[in-house]
Write a protein that binds this ligand. Structure first.
Ligand code: ZN
Length: 513
């Protein structure tokens, strides 16, 4: 059969698409490995050149993703005649590349170049500002970043709110209209619950964590629990870094990092469990999606739901410690000598308003996110300017958490995100908590023995449920499609609100509302 000029047969297009997808995924996995190596292994003196080499490869990946060849292939696969012959998996791959292609094409190359240089410099300025507690050092960069982001939002386009265009980069399809009522409900109930805990909650024995815990013993304990909770050590590893993260090279090579602090045993313990949640999501993705764009979690929010589900809903449960506490006591017999299981359980669930997001407990964490969400949304809409941030930040911290940061270092300058242009990223963390609570409700229905499985160390059964219902799909479904498929309804804040209410009423022996 003769081909019309300028068009490709669907077989041709599919062949080219598969080759491009594989090449991009292969390059990306090497970039990922390079990023891991820079943070975990590389000696100081070689890091600069190594970063440049990784940057060169990353640019190649970008060029391939926005190449004319990719454009032609995507166009060929998107014609109405060709679209209906594609299977679901190919359609999902086309959807992923198309979104990226179209977004990248809307930003003129020189504008993107300027923006990339700016974010490079902004990171240094942010570090200096934070170290010197001087917001004015970072301000000129932040003002420019906000300007660019406002421009990008206009270029990407949106229906109701310019912030929607930025949210979409992290949680495809999510809008302010959907998020506002969910977050408002969570914020109001969390502020109330925090007040009740502070006014009539019983004290926990949180001071047990103020003792030194040998780093060597902590390492042993972390390596002991990791395979038991389901992380496949033949398809991954655990190393140390300053900022813990999980990095996927491929489905059979998922690398976790954690940080051991002698005077904060909770940091490594819950950090490792958290990263293992991210890691198992990636280890469990369907092998058929390997070497393709689908071999990764579907969104930042869903990814975070898997880490927080494991860290908080499993890892901070009474049942989890019923199983693991006897072992922990053997590792730290002196520190935990007179600490009962119940004391320990209540201590790991201590609620205390604090200044720093990354150190916040399960309840107040979301309030830190609300501060950032409300600020970002208003900033992008032009309701105030970057120079007003320290004042607004401090006011919101006072309103929601009842504390005012004494310095900007402990306030508006604490997070790296804005310096790399990550406006729209923060909501993912609380979305993760919302998704996790909704998934918990479904699991408890489908596995009525959920709590006793944890108590008996049968984490394999729970991970199998997560694998079958969530993990295996990778990027096949969008986040909204996935949550509806798993739980039967769209994202709903009630589950997290009820979960927090129930948990802390028990931990703090709260009586009536
Ligand atoms: Zn995480």
């Amino acid at each position: 059969m003769e081909q019309k000029s300028g068009t490709q047969s669907v077989q041709d297009a599919l062949k080219k698409f598969k080759a491009l997808d594989e090449k991009i995924t292969h390059f990306s996995s090497i970039v990922g490995l390079a990023e891991w190596d820079q943070k975990v292994m590389a000696p100081k003196k070689g890091r600069n050149v190594f970063a440049k080499a990784a940057g060169t490869l990353r640019t190649e990946v970008f060029k391939l993703s926005v190449s004319n060849e990719m454009g032609d292939v995507l166009a060929a696969l998107s014609t109405p005649e060709n679209d209906h012959v594609l299977d679901t998996v190919t359609k999902a791959k086309v959807r992923e590349y198309k979104t990226y292609y179209q977004k990248s094409k809307t930003i003129p190359a020189e504008l993107f170049q300027e923006y990339s240089i700016l974010t490079g410099q902004a990171n240094d300025a942010w570090e200096e500002a934070r170290d010197k507690n001087d917001f004015t050092i970072f301000l000129p960069y932040l003002e420019k970043i906000v300007d660019y982001k406002r421009k990008f939002a206009e270029l990407f386009g949106y229906e109701d709110h310019p912030y929607d265009a930025l949210l979409d980069e992290f949680e495809p399809g999510l809008t302010v209209k959907v998020l506002d009522p969910l977050f408002a409900k969570l914020r109001e109930s969390s502020v109330k619950l925090l007040n009740r805990i502070q006014h009539n909650g019983q004290k926990t024995r949180v001071e047990i964590f103020a003792q030194p815990y040998s780093v060597e013993k902590q390492k042993e304990f972390n390596h002991y629990i990791l395979p038991i909770i389901g992380f496949d050590m033949d398809a991954g590893r655990l190393d140390e870094t300053v900022h813990p993260f999980a990095q996927t090279v491929n489905i059979g090579d998922v690398r976790l990092t954690t940080r051991y602090l002698e005077h904060n045993v909770r940091s490594a313990l819950f950090g490792t469990i958290h990263e293992a949640g991210h890691g198992m999501y990636e280890q469990h993705i369907n092998q058929e999606f390997e070497e393709s764009v689908l071999q990764s979690g579907t969104s930042f929010g869903i990814h975070e739901s898997q880490s927080r589900f494991l860290e908080n809903m499993v890892g901070r449960s009474k049942e989890f410690w019923t199983y693991f506490y006897p072992a922990l006591k053997q590792y730290f017999p002196v520190q935990l000598a007179d600490v009962s299981l119940d004391d320990f359980y209540r201590a790991v669930n201590t609620v205390e308003p604090s200044l720093i997001r990354v150190e916040a407990d399960e309840l107040t964490y979301n309030l830190h996110i609300m501060v950032r969400y409300e600020i970002e949304k208003a900033l992008i809409a032009g309701e105030f300017e970057a120079k007003d941030l320290p004042e607004i930040w401090n006011q919101k911290m006072q309103d929601y958490l009842g504390i005012t940061p004494p310095t900007d270092t402990e306030g508006v300058l604490q997070d790296v995100h804005w310096s790399f242009g990550g406006i729209g990223y923060f909501p993912s963390y609380s979305l993760g908590n919302l998704y996790a609570a909704q998934i918990l409700r479904t699991i408890q229905k489908e596995l009525p023995e959920f709590k006793s499985l944890i108590k008996n160390g049968r984490f394999d059964v729970i991970q199998e449920w997560l694998r079958v219902n969530i993990h295996q799909y990778g990027k096949l479904y969008t986040p909204n499609e996935l949550i509806v498929k798993v739980t039967g309804e769209e994202l709903n804040a009630d589950y997290l609100v009820e979960y927090l209410e129930e948990k802390y009423s028990e931990v703090y022996s709260l009586e009536d509302k």
